[in-house]
Design a protein around this ligand. Sequence first.
Ligand code: NAP
Length: 255
Amino acid sequence: MPTTTATATIRTSVVTGGGSGIGQSVAEHLAAAGHRVGVLDQNADAAEKVAADLRASGAEALAQAVDVSDRTAVEKAMGVVRERFGPIEILVTSAGIESQMPYPEIAQDEWDRIIAVNLTGTFNCTQSVIGDMQAGQWGRIVTISSSSAQSGAPERAHYVASKGGVIGLTKALAFEYAPHGITVNTIPPSIIATPMAEKAVEAGLVPAIEDLAAMTPVRRAGLPGDVAAAAAFLCSDQAGFITGQAIGVNGGWYI
Ligand code: NAP
């Protein structure tokens, strides 16, 4: 159950993809706000390291290794968080994968793989926790989509479609759950300097981060903390009148 302190209400949160990049920074921000954090990631070692670091900083945190496309595994991991920390009131879905290739080369299994993680994974995680939020008549869900789903992007049709689906799912849930004190928003970032982006740079799929910084209207690279700060605000009590929104964190790339 939520615990109210003099300054804030301490809640139970879950961050998927919490072992790396944007998700790791979101986990750190939520812990800094005093929340209990379940760090879910398919990379067990990375999730455990993030949770251990959060505990070392004084937060309550636990790690669960889970593939978000596996509904049974998701239910189990959410159950562990719930049993240890209580009903889940905050969910940030950052687990995701990317892929880039010309449209004719996207085989059915590659399409399915991207949709399974990015879109069905978001469905699995949101549906697994929405009952907790509805029971408590309070909840915050932030999905991480992509600015590529707002602008379109070449040679990424499967990724863009999966993230467009996330934006649509976010808006649908926002409407359905608004009367229950639950807000559902999405952050569609532009390129953010994370291990995912570094791999894309190394593969020659996107320009070097320094070059991107020079091309970005605000003239610097996007950092995980830029997304995490916005996500943490959307998860706060103060953000209760914001729902169904795509809050761009993109340095001016998409306005
Ligand atoms: P990241 O550094 O690769 O972190 C993503 C984390 O999610 C990794 O630990 C990854 O594990 C994990 N993950 C991947 N598939 C999973 C699955 N099926 N189940 C559970 N965990 C899984 O990437 P990021 O840059 O922080 O990206 C976070 C989110 O932001 C993604 O949804 C991405 O699409 C979105 N995004 C990123 C950018 C960007 O430029 N960085 C821009 C727009 C949107 P592995 O390391 O084992 O894969």
